[in-house]
Design a protein around this ligand. Structure first.
Ligand code: ADE
Length: 242
């Protein structure tokens, strides 16, 4: 997968792209990320990319011209049109289903907004899909862009050590994950639940299923009212993966 990211703060991505799974995905040739500083396309001595909003009000708005020029230059070199994503609090909610959908694309383009907002003509002319990573406001689209890339990278076939394809359907069943434990079996007088040491796979599966239900009911009851679109009760299907 290729991802092009338009940002005026490319430096923000340096650590993110050079560590952990996202680095491995790139090393394996499964993910290619290209950063483009669209300030380079801004005109005037200060190369400003924002301006005051028409109609008044606080804050500044991302101007269309530097973004249009950057996109035109980029697209001239592409054979096919990438899927255009614009992280924004006004967007459609980003969730695991959308992460899976995007992970199946071959090419994404993410525009990171800043300031109070962006000129709406950018969205309209280029058919950007606006996506929100949650009901809070960040200072810009860079962190959401990292969220999108991170969530997608781990879904690319071959990136994770184990095969995630079996979990493909898992978020159709919206339950939170069960608790996990590793060795030692007792750590500072804190024991692991006995069932996990029993070697009885059926009991373990039942316990995990029950834990998922209890956790979801306590922490995210809203998920229980979401209608599952597939077989809803496969005990070995992990769900919310973090
Ligand atoms: N930009 C600022 N806040 C955002 C959010 N919650 N989601 C996506 N992009 C954003």
């Amino acid at each position: 997968m290729r991802v092009d990211i338009l940002t005026i703060f490319p430096g923000l991505f340096q650590g993110f792209l050079s560590e952990s799974l996202v680095r491995i995905a790139q090393e394996k040739g499964l993910l290619e990320v290209h950063l483009h500083d669209f300030r380079e396309f801004a005109k005037g001595p200060r190369r400003s990319v924002d301006d005051k909003p028409f109609g008044g009000g606080p804050g500044m708005v991302l101007k269309p011209e530097p973004v249009f020029l950057c996109l035109e230059a980029l697209l001239a070199g592409f054979q096919t049109r990438p899927r255009f994503i614009l992280p924004a609090p006004v967007g459609r909610r980003f969730d695991q289903a959308l992460a899976r959908e995007l992970s199946r694309e071959s090419h994404l383009l993410l525009l990171c907004g800043r300031y109070e907002g962006y000129d709406e003509r950018i969205v309209d002319a280029w058919h950007f899909e606006e996506i929100s990573i949650g009901d809070y406001v960040l200072t810009g689209g860079e962190v959401p862009a990292m969220v999108v890339v991170d969530s997608i990278a781990r879904l690319l076939p071959g990136v994770l050590g184990h095969d995630l394809s079996a979990a493909d359907d898992s978020f159709e069943q919206p339950l939170l994950d069960h608790p996990h434990y590793t060795r030692p079996a007792t750590f500072r007088d804190l024991p692991v639940p006995e069932v996990l040491l029993s070697g009885d796979h059926a009991r373990v599966a039942t316990w995990r299923r029950e834990q998922r239900r209890l956790r979801t009911a306590a922490r995210r009851p809203d998920l229980l009212s979401e209608k599952p679109t597939r077989s809803a009760d496969s005990p070995e299907t992990p769900t919310t993966e973090a």
